[in-house]
Design a protein around this ligand. Structure first.
Ligand code: NDP
Length: 280
């Protein structure tokens, strides 16, 4: 049974899901259908992943009801201006083939674009929440300064902030801000795209627990209270990554994994303060 976390707007989100970043569109439907068979009921996609259509197709083709699946998508970086964001959100719903998403996020703050204005973009997401087409709204890759700016200038507190986090980059300052302000943290690249799995400490914890490296790292996230959605195209890894709820890490193992933090050098993705990428 996957635990559900309550968001600040009263909706709940399954703590474990399935990410589809870098799954090529032609493979996505098959991967999502397999994940549904394994038991995943939460899918994380984005307009920029180019596979929203296939995520929607798989869910609609499955025998699982839409209402039993939690679906997140994210705004394309090129569409932050309010009218563009409205058009992009309609396209997301059309491509998914749904009349609502459970969660819609600003994918990146892009502080060097749009005159640094992500607040008007956020107000546009508030419209989607008001009209019910996005049950919850949130942000991704927001640093503390970006969250402070929203707190000063907007009405709604984001329900989630989806940020890079794993044992080599624990990202605790942003997580602590979220905890203090009722924003749930979602950890992207939770196993650092596989980069932490060969670590001697991770392997020692895994050996001690009789689990795999991926399982102990994902369990560490779960016990920290974050939402995770590891990506895999391998059916056996889908099962492996799903089996996290019949064991518990003790304090010593939790501390050992947290102690792997390398700070900023542990970050694998772009720094949100400097990232101003718009797809062609
Ligand atoms: P993950 O940390 O989930 O790692 C995925 C990689 O690890 C793949 O190469 C996969 O290979 C491999 N893998 C998965 N499970 C195992 C396992 N049990 N043992 C060994 N290797 C494994 O990386 P992602 O970057 O995909 O992050 C997860 C999700 O987070 C994304 O899919 C996306 O939804 C979201 N995300 C959001 C971002 C944002 O800016 N908001 C940025 C990046 C990600 P294989 O498929 O071959 O099994």
């Amino acid at each position: 049974m996957i635990p559900a976390i309550e968001l600040n707007d009263g909706y709940t989100i399954p703590q474990l899901g399935f990410g589809v970043f870098q799954i090529p569109a032609p493979e996505t439907s098959r991967a999502v259908l397999r994940a549904l068979e394994v038991g995943y009921r939460h899918f994380d996609t984005a307009e920029m992943y180019g596979n929203e259509r296939e995520v929607g197709e798989a869910i609609r083709a499955s025998d699982v009801s839409r209402d039993d699946v939690y679906v997140t998508s994210k705004l394309n970086n090129g569409f932050h201006r309010p009218d563009d964001a409205r058009r992009a959100f309609e396209k997301t719903l059309t491509d998914l083939g749904f009349d609502y998403v459970d969660l819609f996020l600003i994918h990146w703050p892009l502080p060097g674009l749009y005159g640094g204005d992500f607040v008007s973009t956020w107000r546009t997401l508030e419209e989607f929440k008001r009209d019910g087409r996005a049950r919850s709204i949130g942000v991704s890759n927001f640093q503390v300064a970006h969250l402070d700016r929203l707190a000063a200038d907007a009405e709604t507190v984001p329900s989630v902030n989806q940020i890079e986090a794993h044992p080599y980059f624990v990202n605790d300052e942003v997580r602590a801000y979220g905890r203090a302000h009722g924003i749930v943290t979602e950890a992207w690249s939770p196993i650092a795209q596989g980069g932490v799995l060969g670590d001697a400490t991770v392997r020692a914890v895994a050996d001690r627990m009789g689990r795999t490296p991926a399982q102990v790292v994902l369990r560490w996230h779960i016990q920290r209270g974050d939402v995770v959605f590891p990506k895999t195209v391998s059916p056996s890894r889908m099962h492996e990554n799903f089996e996290l709820f019949d064991f518990e890490l003790d304090g010593e193992s939790m501390d050992a994994l947290s102690g792997l933090d390398r700070g900023e050098p542990g970050r694998t993705g772009p720094h949100p303060d400097d990232f101003n990428y718009v797809p062609d």
